[in-house]
Design a protein around this ligand. Structure first.
Ligand code: PLP
Length: 360
């Protein structure tokens, strides 16, 4: 099977082998070594000198941790969104009693940094800005560098969902002054679901000191204290930690620039291939993601039949659209362990199946 959804992504054999190891004492020296090494390697990929925590959670847990560790009930938060996952960030803020001030853009259209500047100028009480770096639901990447310049001009806290970009698309956390950045193991990291990784800047720690949101499982003061002992406060997903420690070695030996270039190359090949089949991209192509290609199916393609035939007849698994894009787009994931051959076989399968799924 060719798993080409936007995550979970295929695990390389080294990761699968690492997970086959026997359990160890998560409060013992051997695991402490693994956690320390993993954290140091993660800092290299995050391009940060700040703290990075490995949480046993899915990505959404990491988003919740970002919020409860820096904000207080009643805080006004600019919630910038142009897709399904941007709205999820806002939902978490609201669930914890903060006030989400929405700055929403059409799905598939880029976030406009000038609009953020206008919103921050108009409302001096906004404390933080939430942004999705790579909107998995629409296959597009927002210009986080420019967004950060604006947010920092107003000296606001910047919380970033980089779940489907970090480790695949350049995101220099310190250079772009991102205060809290969240990613998750089942994406570009090439390991199974189970871990969220979250960075904290100095400014985020200052916010943490005053933040009053209720927290227990997610408390980063606890996480920091335990990390000094080479532990996590709660029992971690030990096997996924083994795997992540291993894939981080693979990633660092490939080199960050090479990883970014490979993703850019594979993404371009996917987009060119899809267009050569007479299809159009869903998002503004200038912002098309290097990790997910979203294809416009409009009313011309039966998406559920396409997905079924690709799986049953060609062993290729792709994703449909989420929420209001259900039936309107389909998405090809190309993040993590992905090379030319993988994309070629997806495109070949698409070519075969398309005549059977065109409507009208
Ligand atoms: C951009 C983005 N944010 C958040 C999430 C949610 O992550 P999880 O399903 O691991 O909770 C995802 C998962 O696809 C994502 O791609």
């Amino acid at each position: 099977m060719q798993l080409r959804i936007p995550g979970p992504t295929p695990c390389p054999p080294q990761a699968l082998q690492a997970m086959g190891q026997q359990m160890m004492n998560h409060r013992g020296g051997e695991f402490a070594e693994i956690l320390r090494a993993t954290t140091e390697k993660l800092k290299q990929v995050f391009q940060t000198k700040g703290d990075v925590f490995v949480l046993t959670a899915s990505g959404t847990g990491g988003m919740e941790a970002a919020i409860v560790n820096t904000l207080s009930p009643g805080d006004r938060v600019l919630s910038v969104s142009n897709g399904f996952f941007g709205e999820r960030f806002a939902d978490i803020v609201k669930a914890y009693g903060a006030e989400a001030v929405p700055l929403y853009f059409e799905w598939g259209k880029p976030v406009d940094p000038d609009a953020i500047a206008r919103a921050l100028k108009a409302d001096g009480n906004i404390k933080a800005v939430l942004v999705t770096h790579n909107e998995t639901s629409t296959g597009m990447t927002n210009n986080l560098g420019e967004i950060s310049t604006v947010v920092k001009k107003f000296d606001k806290l910047l919380l970033v969902d980089a779940i489907s970009s970090l480790g695949c698309i350049n995101l220099p956390v310190d250079d772009w002054r991102c205060d809290v950045v969240v990613t998750a193991s089942q994406k570009g990291w090439m390991v199974p679901p189970g871990l969220a990784m979250v960075s904290m800047s100095e400014k985020a720690w200052q916010a943490h000191a005053h933040s009053k949101m209720p927290r227990c499982y997610w408390d980063f003061t606890l996480a920091k204290n335990y990390l000094q002992k080479g532990q996590t406060p709660w029992t971690p997903a030990v096997s996924v930690c083994y795997a992540l420690n291993t894939t981080l070695d693979l990633m660092l030996s490939e080199g960050l620039d090479n990883i970014f270039a490979r993703h850019a190359h594979v993404a371009r090949k996917t987009r060119d291939g899809v267009k050569a089949l007479g299809l159009s991209l869903f998002p503004d192509e200038n912002y098309a993601s290097d990790t997910i290609t979203a294809v416009d199916a409009s009313d011309r393609i039966d998406v559920s039949k396409l997905i079924r035939l690709l799986r049953e007849e060609h062993q290729v698994i792709i994703a449909g659209g989420q929420d209001k894009l259900s039936g309107k787009i389909f998405r090809i994931g190309h993040l993590g362990s992905v090379y030319d051959d993988d994309i070629e076989s997806v495109l070949e399968a698409l070519d075969r199946v398309l005549p059977q799924v065109r409507k009208g």
